[in-house]
Design a protein around this ligand. Structure first.
Ligand SMILES: Cc1ncc(COP(=O)(O)O)c(C=O)c1O
Length: 399
């Protein structure tokens, strides 16, 4: 049996589970652990993966003329193009998405987070994170020498401003918000983000927002982004985004940072300590895809397909229930009606139905409470969701 205590003792059990399911996929197993896309990548994107940049072009007519596709698929023409040309296309996309220029690219959102934290923290500083949010952030903050303080959520999952404010001391340097949230899918409203920005400005802190799940918006929610909210105001913020949750490219992904002008130098300095090269293959494939006119339609279709998967799960037989979805690729299945806690529900799904899901209690929190929800990824082919739905219904009616 997997327990929350085990999760703490062995690093991120969630990541280990997600990684193993990704590295060695078993067709008999329904893997709804990680939020990366699986089985939803269109053929035109896969062609870019096979031959990233036919004839050295990454813009121009699409689909590329047939003649160019006759080239040896192993041709590496893209290596002759200065990487900055690809990076500009990608930064342009992030800048339009976040509403802010001056994007700094990183190999992943995780790396972007470490850069953001290093830009504003010194060892011994305090950082406020929310109960039950993305589990790597508190772990990485501690690894950087920060002291992590958990703040409570309101009953609707929103950050509890009173709890955050009460947790701030002279040593508090940053507040971390994930919106849309992983695992809860909560979208932080503009008023709350605004109050957090003002609180940070008053107390010499920085608001670090992880918006990497924002492009996945199945219910067409309004997802406020801090770079847009803070425009033309001298507020202290750093925002993170990435391509990993919208492009299912088997690990080809990039993270991005945007920040307030007043923090620019510190973020650049923190980034400079880590690297200056990004994989040329990742740059060219991602630039080609983001620059392809088919990408806009793809994004809308993707969110619509994820919405379809969510609506399919909503038909789950009581007493299992599916929580309302804010945004992002995750749904929460609640075992309370069956009298099951989340770890037992996860184990039953795994042992009886070969479904791999993640118990919500694996997400760290300052005040652990009884938890009955498990997280499942909706970024899957509808056939996978069909298998998940069948397992949930069988479980719901078996007891
Ligand atoms: C909210 C959130 N932020 C960041 C990450 C890490 O992203 P990356 O794979 O780009 O490091 C994840 C991964 O699941 C996530 O869910």
């Amino acid at each position: 049996m997997i327990t929350g205590a085990a999760a703490c003792d062995s690093g991120s059990l969630m990541t280990l589970l997600e990684r193993d399911a990704w590295l060695n996929p078993d067709p008999a197993v329904t893997d709804v652990t990680h939020g990366y896309l699986k089985g939803l990548t269109p053929a035109w994107m896969r062609e870019y993966q096979v031959q990233p940049n036919p004839a050295g072009k990454f813009t121009g007519p699409h689909p590329p003329p047939a003649r160019e596709w006759q080239l040896d698929p192993r041709a590496a023409d893209f290596l002759d193009v200065p990487p900055g040309e690809y990076a500009d296309v990608i930064c342009g996309w992030f800048a339009r998405f976040l509403g802010r220029s001056g994007i700094i690219l990183a190999p992943s959102c995780t790396m972007a987070f470490v850069i953001a934290a290093q830009a504003v923290l010194e060892a011994g500083d305090k950082v406020i994170v929310l109960d039950c949010s993305y589990d790597s952030w508190p772990t990485l903050l501690r690894a950087l020498g920060a002291r992590v303080v958990f703040a409570r959520r309101a009953p609707d999952g929103q950050p509890d401003l009173k709890s955050i404010s009460a947790a701030c001391t002279r040593r508090t340097r940053a507040i971390v918000i994930v919106s849309p949230d992983n695992p809860l899918g909560v979208v932080c409203p503009p008023g709350v983000l605004d109050e957090l920005l003002v609180l940070c400005a008053e107390r010499d802190m920085t608001l670090i927002t992880d918006h990497c799940l924002a492009p996945v918006n199945p219910m067409r929610a309004h997802v406020p982004l801090v770079p847009k909210l803070a425009a033309r105001r001298p507020l202290p913020w750093i925002a993170l985004a990435d391509t990993g949750k919208i492009l299912g490219l088997g690990g080809t992904k990039l993270g991005a940072l945007a920040c307030a002008p007043l923090l620019r130098q510190r973020v650049e300095a923190a980034a400079s300590a880590w690297f200056f090269q990004l994989p040329a293959y990742d740059l060219v494939v991602i630039a080609a895809i983001l620059g392809d006119p088919r990408f806009t339609a793809y994004r809308l279709e993707l969110s619509a397909r994820i919405a379809g998967n969510y609506l399919r799960l909503r038909e789950t037989q009581p007493p299992l229930t599916v929580a309302p979805l804010g945004a992002g690729p995750f749904a929460l299945i609640d075992g309370a009606g069956l009298g099951l806690d989340d770890v037992t529900l996860t184990s039953l799904l795994r042992d009886r139905y070969r479904v791999l899901a993640v118990p919500v209690s694996w997400f760290p929190s300052g005040r652990p409470a009884r938890e009955t929800r498990v997280r499942v990824s909706l970024s899957r082919h509808p056939e996978v969701i069909e298998r998940l739905a069948a397992a949930l219904n069988a479980l719901a009616t078996s007891r």
